[in-house]
Design a protein around this ligand. Structure first.
Ligand code: XUL
Length: 524
């Protein structure tokens, strides 16, 4: 029996999925999540992060290490698993966030005491105790400076796959280097969240994979190497501070002696970690043209695999298959949905009933920018209501969720010219009423997959792919995902043709409102 572990460190939680693959047996045998706020209250996070002044949003990397420790402990105690069969481990993490380590890190994680918890032992390695994460929007000035140095936003997008973005790693590093030059000088290594956790698992400095590397504004998208001119435009001596970039499937180590001794785990192979979106690409089985995935998580994202990057997409990343993926990211995802539900005192069943009772919100629209938004770029947070006020619970709830779905569908045109089918994933995908709105707004079938956390599943499947490749028995991506990502008939949601026509009109109105209001402050 072969067991493969995939971990996903998202904004709010750490998830572990183990798949068993042998012959025709393909099943998920372990699936558990730890929630940062609930299970690690001592770190004082809200939604997994700590917000500061001037758009700063950070998280303590020690919390992620703590969660990793507890999760591997729980895995080791799982009576149903024979972990001697654990062959390979990979993972994914929220993209763009960065972890700053001093020169002591390699000696510390190479000599950890297996009888003691991980997080306290890591205290001496951080040159910056908190990591800026993807929600951080404090780097507008650094984005402008990087774009000026590299010849403008289009040039940065052509070179790195995205224009300079506030949440991307390069602008974040630049702000740190300029504002805290002493701490930057002490920084020997800048990791992504993904490569930091991969380092902890392997007990050695991990590489960055091209999928997550493309979310940094530092990597040459075409050849997946650090771009010297992007590095120069960002911070001094950055090349020496970045890990190497290696192919997503290149095994770089084994589970460290710390974990082997601490939890009696085997020396499983460690496969580079990637970003949650590239990992979800695998975990949703997006290996075909004309299929887009919509991930409804802390961020909402829509993405699709492509062999030729689209100039119109807001972001082009490398995919773990070695191809490319187009992606659009919306900052106002589950936290905005949760907010509107709580604000009007409803449970999710009541929200579903409201969505079903009057699709189209009687023509009234909302621009759902509860927080500042990344698509389109909205600097002034605040809901924009058209035709109703904040007292009307049903119209606010419908307005927000329908608005989100219209925004996703309108911007999805940039990731894939033709979309015949949508695969929905992420926490909110379990809500059938939301998927019905999505199907009607997109005008195509929407499928939900059995496994909710497609990023963790994708990581486990990537571990399997890399393990077979290293064994000289390569497996096609189609085979890798089969048995795990086929849409189940019971999870299919069909569009209603009459509502599709109505939403087509509303989508046009929504697009006009979005254009008219994106540079204006909220009025109500
Ligand atoms: C993508 C993005 C988010 C994070 C959080 O560009 O910023 O989707 O990866 O999950």
């Amino acid at each position: 029996m072969g067991l493969y572990l995939g971990l996903d460190c998202s904004t709010q939680s750490l998830t572990a999925i183990v798949v068993e693959i042998e012959g025709h047996t393909r099943r998920v045998v372990f699936n558990r999540s730890l929630n940062f706020d609930r299970d690690f209250p001592e770190y004082g996070t809200t939604g997994g992060v700590i917000s500061g002044a001037d758009g700063e949003v950070q998280a303590p990397p020690a919390m992620w290490a703590d969660a990793l420790d507890r999760m591997l402990g729980e895995l080791a105690q799982s009576a149903d698993l024979d972990l001697d069969d654990l062959r390979a481990i990979s993972g994914s993490a929220q993209q763009h966030g960065s972890v700053y380590l001093n020169a002591r890190a390699p000696s510390v994680w190479g000599a950890l005491d297996p009888s003691a918890h991980l997080a306290p032992q890591l205290a001496p390695i951080f040159s910056r105790p908190r990591s800026p994460v993807w929600l951080d929007a404090s780097t507008a000035q650094q984005c402008r400076e990087i774009e000026d140095a590299l010849g403008g936003a289009d040039r940065v997008a052509t070179l790195t796959g995205s224009p300079a973005c506030e949440r991307f790693t390069g602008p974040q590093i630049r702000r740190f280097a300029i504002e805290q030059p002493g701490a930057y000088a002490e920084t020997a290594r800048v990791h992504l969240v993904s490569s930091f956790l991969a380092s902890l698992v392997a007990g050695r400095d991990a590489p960055i994979d091209p999928g997550d590397g493309s979310g940094m504004n530092l990597m040459n998208l075409r050849n997946a190497t650090w771009s010297p001119e992007a590095l120069d435009a960002t911070a001094p001596d950055l090349a020496a501070r970045l890990p190497p970039i290696v192919p997503s499937w290149e095994i770089f180590g084994t589970l460290s002696p710390y974990w082997q001794k601490r939890y009696a785990l085997p020396a499983a192979a460690i496969v580079p970690w990637t970003g949650d979106n590239p990992s979800s690409l695998i975990g949703t089985g997006i290996i075909h043209d004309r299929v887009a995935a919509v991930s409804l998580g802390t961020s909402d994202t829509v993405f699709a695999l492509t062999t030729t990057p689209a100039a119109s997409s807001s972001h082009v990343f490398r995919s773990p298959t070695g191809d490319f993926m187009n992606l659009v990211c919306f900052r106002n995802g589950s936290l905005a949905r949760e907010w509107v539900r709580m604000e009007y005192g409803k449970d999710w069943d009541a929200v579903a009933a409201i969505l079903e009772s009057s699709p189209g919100n009687d023509g009234w629209l909302m621009l759902p920018w509860l927080e500042i938004e990344s698509t389109p770029r909205i600097a002034h947070a605040g809901l924009r209501r058209f035709g109703f006020d904040r007292g009307d619970a049903a119209r606010n709830i419908r307005g927000l969720i329908e608005g989100q779905m219209m925004a996703i569908a309108n911007h999805a045109a940039a990731v894939s010219g033709t979309i015949d089918r949508v695969i929905a994933t992420g926490g909110a995908a379990v809500n059938r009423a939301i998927l019905q709105v999505m199907a009607n707004v997109f005008g195509v079938d929407v499928y939900r997959l059995d496994v909710e956390n497609s990023a963790a599943l994708g990581a486990a499947l990537r571990a399997y792919h890399a393990d077979r490749l290293a064994a000289g028995e390569p497996v096609s991506w189609k085979t890798v995902v089969s048995g795990f990502t086929e849409p189940q008939p019971g999870h299919r949601v069909w569009p209603n043709p009459k509502l599709v026509a109505m939403y087509a009109d509303l989508r046009r109105d929504y697009a006009i409102l979005e254009t008219l209001h994106k540079d204006r402050a909220p009025i109500c």
